[in-house]
Structure formats: structure tokens, C-alpha cells
Design a protein around this ligand. Structure first.
Ligand SMILES: [Ca+2]
Ligand SMILES: [Ca+2]
Ligand SMILES: [Ca+2]
Ligand SMILES: [Ca+2]
Length: 412
């Protein structure tokens, strides 16, 4: 299903059908990044307001921007092939430590895949100290996950592909590993995936208080759950039905429509499709929302208008780039309306949702190319639909809390 896109300087949709308009006002934080690749929200000055970390691949610079005012401080620079960062407060002092991956290459044989830990000194505005933890070729996505139910959890590392894999097919098993902060010894979660593993997300999938791992790869969407017998993999969906290497998925995110969970995906690798998966019996029904992304790379879900239905944010990098927000037209999730948020000016690589203006409602920040922007959520509060009898309401705007001091782990 191809959807019609409507351009707005300020995102304003829903007005035509009488719903509260969504207003996400774009504000430029930095316009001089070199290869802006990832944005992360976490509190780095202990004021309980999330600050923003921007990772620039071309310059190998990690900088943080102090909220509000967005004053810039360099954490580290000159990290060649810098590709990912994740935050967790490992020592409980209220200030996150940062795991980073650098020496990345799209050719795993040429990638040392360094993993390191950055710690602030007594002033986080000064450069941080870096300690190397591991080398695993093509290390690419890092997330902290409370797989045992206790913070700060473990560090999950998903390399892009196996050490001996060669483009364009990358036909080799790709490892999924983790490190426990006590020793940082590498543990294998799985070697069952193959090809390119591009998307990594963590979520408490089964509501047991422990986080599970979701991946998006040439094989599709997979769930990894820790059991007494070890890690168990479940294939949730095959992703794009085209042949390898156009198979599978590139990004994955979890959203909710009331109490109904859905999955959002960008397919295939760096793909042109935005897809949602809706639950049906024991499987997931695939609905293509848009086929006009160009190198889709950023994916987030958040309830911006407070109707207890998550919207989907998708960003792409090629053809000048773009950033879109999609809203479900009803609780079934079968019909969505998408609008452009940035009119092609931003080659979006990564977005993150966090309450950046301390009004207890989600805002958005995105990075790509030279730009880091935040989008202030100025949407009027919208009455949530009445939940069916016996069903508890999902998260409301008033319940939305900032991720400080822990990082917002979604879609880094
Ligand atoms: Ca702060
Ligand atoms: Ca700390
Ligand atoms: Ca909503
Ligand atoms: Ca807010």
C-alpha cells in the first residue's frame, strides 16, 4: 500500500480529519557534524534532563550536547571507523559509562571491530578516558540489556557480519555476543544468524522483568530469550520476500496500539520499505506502509499525541534524505497515514525518543550528515480512546518519564 505524503514545515497531520494535529517543531542543535550516524539520549550532568550524544563516523568524534542550550562537549575524538555507542551507569554514581565500537568497516576482513568503555573523570565536560574491552571484526551495534532483570545489565554486541563474510552476499554465520561488566569476557548468544545483521533492539518481550533481544538480519526478525537451558531463538518473521541479499530486514522496533503490540521494520538491508507486523494467532501479518524510503536507516515508535497508540518515525539517508511520521488511523493498525517531517533536507541516520523539554511528553532527536536536530513535541493533548472492558490502558503522556539517568535504549 503506497501512502500519500504531505509536506509541512512543522509537522501537522490529523487536522484534515478533525483529530488533534501532531506538531513536532524542528530545532537545529549542530550543523557541522562529519558523518553524523547515531544519536543517544542520556543525562550526563545529573540534572535529570536527558542530554544528547552525537556520534560522527567520518571524524570519529563523540560529543554531548547539554540540555537545555545544547552546549557542546567532546567526549572522545579521532576514533577511526566509530560506529556505535551505548550508555549505562555501571558503578551507580548517577553518571552513565559509555560503551563504544570503532574500527568498523563494511568489509569485515578489514575491520578490527574494537569495543571500549569510556568513563568520565570528575568533570564530564572534559574528555573521557577510554579502555579497550574486546576486538570482534565488524562490531556494529551495541545495546545494554537487563537480561537477568537487574541494572545495569549486559552489553550486547551485534557485528554487521561474520569475520570472513564478503560483500555483497555476506554468506557466513554472524555472531551475536554479550559481555558482563564484571569481567567483560565475551559470551556467545547465538551463531544461528547469517548474512548482514543490521538491526538490534532490546525489550521486555514477555513481561517477566528481564529484557530480551530482537534482531533484524538477512534472515528476518528474530527474538532471543534467555532460558534455564540457554538462549532460545524464535523467528518472528522472514522479512522482505525477495531473494538473498535483498531478503530479511534492516531495522526493528516495537510499538503498541492500546494493548496490542506491533513490530515495525525497515526492509530489506538499508531498504526502501516501511513495514508493520500485526499479531494474528501464532504469527505476524506483514503490512507494507511505504515503499519510498531511500536507504531507510532510522526507526522509532512513540505516542506523540497521547492517544495510547504509538506513531512510527522512519528516516532515510539517500536522495537527500527524509524523515517521516506515520499514525495509525484506527486501533487495528491496518491503515496508517504518513507525513514528511523534514522536507528532504536531512539525511537521517538515527533518531531517539526522549522527553527533552521536561514536560513529561516524548520529543524526538535525529542525526544524519552534518546535522543534529531535536523536534519539540507541541501536540495538543488528545483524548485516548476508551479501552475495551477488562483491558488496562497503555502508557499515557502523563506517565511518560524521561530516561534519565539510564540511556533511552530504543533504536540506537
Ligand atoms: Ca542533563
Ligand atoms: Ca557511572
Ligand atoms: Ca498516538
Ligand atoms: Ca517533552
Amino acid at each position: 500500500m503506497r501512502i500519500r505524503l504531505v509536506f509541512c514545515v512543522i509537522l501537522c497531520f490529523g487536522a484534515a480529519r478533525g483529530a488533534s494535529p501532531i506538531v513536532l517543531r524542528s530545532r537545529l542543535i549542530a550543523g557541522d557534524l562529519k558523518g553524523g550516524y547515531q544519536v543517544l539520549a542520556t543525562d550526563l550532568n545529573r540534572d535529570r534532563r536527558p542530554d544528547l550524544i552525537a556520534l560522527s563516523s567520518s571524524s570519529g568524534e563523540l560529543a554531548w550536547f547539554e540540555n537545555p542550550g545544547w552546549r557542546r562537549h567532546v567526549i572522545a575524538r579521532g576514533l577511526r571507523g566509530l560506529i556505535n555507542v551505548a550508555a549505562a551507569d555501571l558503578d551507580g554514581d548517577g553518571l552513565p559509562e559509555l560503551a563504544v565500537a570503532w574500527e568498523f568497516s563494511m568489509r569485515p576482513r578489514e575491520s578490527a571491530g574494537l569495543i571500549g568503555l569510556l568513563r568520565a573523570g570528575h568533570d564530564p565536560r572534559q574528555p573521557w578516558s577510554l579502555r579497550e574491552l574486546d576486538r570482534l571484526p565488524a562490531s556494529h551495534r551495541l545495546r545494554f540489556a537487563t537480561v537477568d532483570g537487574k541494572p545495569p545489565g549486559v552489553l550486547v554486541n551485534a557485528p554487521l557480519a561474520g569475520a570472513l563474510a564478503e560483500p555483497p552476499d555476506y554468506s557466513a554465520p554472524v555472531p551475536l555476543v554479550l559481555y558482563r561488566p564484571a569481567t567483560w569476557a565475551r559470551e556467545t548468544v547465538s551463531e544461528e544468524l547469517q548474512g548482514v545483521l543490521h538491526g538490534l533492539a532490546v525489550t521486555d518481550w514477555n513481561n517477566d522483568g528481564r529484557e530480551e533481544i530482537l534482531t533484524a538480519s538477512f534472515r528476518g526478525l528474530d527474538l532471543f530469550e534467555r532460558t534455564p537451558q540457554g538462549w532460545r531463538r524464535t523467528r518472528l518473521a522472514d522479512g522482505n520476500p525477495q531473494p538473498w541479499p535483498r531478503s530479511g530486514a534492516s531495522e526493528v522496533a516495537v510499538g503498541r496500539l492500546g494493548r496490542t503490540r506491533f513490530l515495525a521494520a525497515i526492509e530489506p538491508w538499508h531498504g526502501h520499505l516501511l513495514v508493520v507486523y500485526l499479531p494474528q494467532a501464532d504469527s505476524w501479518r506483514r503490512v507494507v506502509l511505504d515503499d519510498r524510503l531511500a536507504e531507510g536507516h532510522a526507526l522509532e515508535t512513540a505516542d506523540f499525541d497521547g492517544d495510547r497508540r504509538d506513531e512510527i518515525v522512519a528516516g532515510y539517508r539517500a536522495r537527500g534524505g527524509g524523515l517521516l511520521v506515520y499514525r495509525a488511523q484506527d486501533g487495528s493498525g491496518q491503515r496508517w497515514e504518513g507525513r514528511k517531517l523534514e522536507s528532504g533536507a536531512m539525511a537521517t541516520s538515527s533518531c531517539v525518543v526522549a522527553d527533552l523539554n521536561a514536560d513529561r511528553r516524548p520529543d524526538l532527536a535525529c542525526v544524519g550528515g552534518a546535522e543534529l536536530r531535536w523536534f519539540e513535541n507541541l501536540t495538543p493533548a488528545r483524548r485516548a480512546p476508551v479501552a475495551p472492558a477488562g483491558r488496562a490502558p497503555s502508557r499515557s503522556p502523563a506517565q511518560f518519564s524521561s530516561p534519565a539517568p539510564q540511556a533511552d535504549r530504543r533504536n540506537q
